[in-house]
Design a protein around this ligand. Structure first.
Ligand code: FAD
Ligand code: NAP
Length: 314
């Protein structure tokens, strides 16, 4: 029987493992279907994780995460390279069903993150990380005093456009309709912002550039093409919350989620199910930053430790 099963090996899962094992839990497995490190390993530069800044060349996400697993394993965390299919609870015991077998566990921390959706235009993959981004907090600063574009008409697109307007010289918001999903007060704030210009009833057809990065985008509006010369395009067309492991056979979820599938937690990362915690980008109101995911992981790891010791007298 596992003391703790951690699902996902990004910054949240690894930090949860570090705190739980170093705090005294003996039998802890982190199920991560790929190499540990999480989505930040896709990033070519990270300059907002405190204490590890490097200017030239910039620190990559891979370099940031490289030492984390070794530190966790030192204190006893085990990594099982397997995909978790489902987590169930029978009485006080969780059942973790994975691609490599089934495990019983006294507690579970879910850290499977969330994935930005793609819009599907030509060049989106080619220039991802080279001008195309899905995170204004992460990458906005690289476009200080430059012109950028935002794609989408939801709350995320308009809130992030407002954030970018604090940094960039101009922000074009491209949206495929003239009605917005975003809350009306957010739309009003964006419309009043002098740096934001809307390009409505328009879609991005293609992103182009060179091996140095994005140079511009071709927009289609009312049958005409617009060539917009921007070196940054922020795509906010929704996110997939990776909550599938919590789905039960009857279609319900093992714990409470909000309307868009994020796991509801309190400040201690407790879900509505005792012994089940959620940390990082999968949880409600996550700032979607490495430092925050790691903080959540630490909180969840300490809470799982307390729960197992109190509940099972370990
Ligand atoms: P993730 O890092 O998403 O990790 C989740 C892990 O769970 C993944 O490794 C996945 O393989 C695994 N997993 C999912 N489902 C299963 C399953 N069923 N079974 C087993 N394993 C599973 N943040 C910053 O702070 N600064 C930045 O500059 C920055 N730049 C970024 C640039 C890019 C290109 C990207 C993509 C993200 C960036 N971020 C940045 C955001 C940051 O990466 C995330 O906020 C952070 O990684 C979230 O950590 P997490 O542990 O919650 O989830
Ligand atoms: P969202 O509400 O689903 O909005 C996605 C936007 O992208 C929509 O405007 C959609 O256009 C557009 N879009 C989708 N696919 C596209 C494509 N292929 N090409 C071009 N445009 C495309 O996603 P979100 O903004 O990430 O928000 C997700 C949820 O979180 C929402 O429920 C939102 O309210 C919530 N949220 C709340 C807050 C807050 O309360 N402060 C902040 C952020 C997010 P259409 O409108 O035409 O479909």
């Amino acid at each position: 029987m596992l003391d703790l099963a951690i699902i996902g090996g990004g910054p949240a899962g690894l930090t949860a493992g570090l705190y739980a094992t170093r705090g005294g839990l003996k039998n802890v497995i982190m199920f991560e279907m790929g190499l540990p490190g999480g989505q930040i390993t896709q990033s070519s530069e990270i300059e907002n994780y405190p204490g590890v800044f490097r200017e030239d060349p910039p620190l990559t996400g891979m370099e940031l995460m490289e030492p984390w697993p070794k530190q966790c394993m030192h204190f006893g965390l085990k990594h099982e390279m397997a995909e978790v299919k489902q987590v169930k609870k029978d009485g006080d015991i969780f059942k973790v069903i994975t691609s490599s077998g089934e495990y019983d566990a006294k507690s579970v921390i879910v850290c499977t993150g969330s994935t930005p959706k793609k819009a599907g235009f030509k060049g989106e993959d080619e220039f991802f990380g080279k001008g195309i981004s899905t995170c204004a907090t992460c990458d906005g600063f690289f476009y200080k005093d430059k012109e950028v574009a935002v794609l989408g008409g939801g709350d995320t697109a308009l809130e992030e456009a407002l954030y970018l307007a604090n940094i960039c010289s101009k922000v074009y918001v491209i949206h495929r309709r003239d009605k917005f999903r975003a809350a009306p007060p957010t739309v009003e704030r964006a419309k009043k912002n002098e740096k934001i210009e809307f390009i409505l009833n328009a879609t991005v057809k293609e992103a182009y550039g060179s091996d140095k990065g994005l140079e511009g985008i071709i927009i289609e509006q009312n049958g005409k093409e617009i060539d917009l010369k921007v070196s940054g395009l922020f795509v906010f067309v929704g996110r997939i919350v990776n909550n599938q492991v919590l789905k039960q056979d009857d279609g319900s979820y093992l714990c409470d989620l909000n309307d868009w599938g994020e796991v509801l937690v309190n400040l201690k990362m407790h879900t509505s199910t005792p012994g089940l915690y959620a940390a990082g980008d999968i949880r409600v109101d996550a700032p979607k930053q490495v430092v925050c995911a790691a903080g959540d992981g630490a909180t969840a790891g300490m809470e799982a430790l307390n729960y197992v010791q109190e509940k099972f007298n370990d």
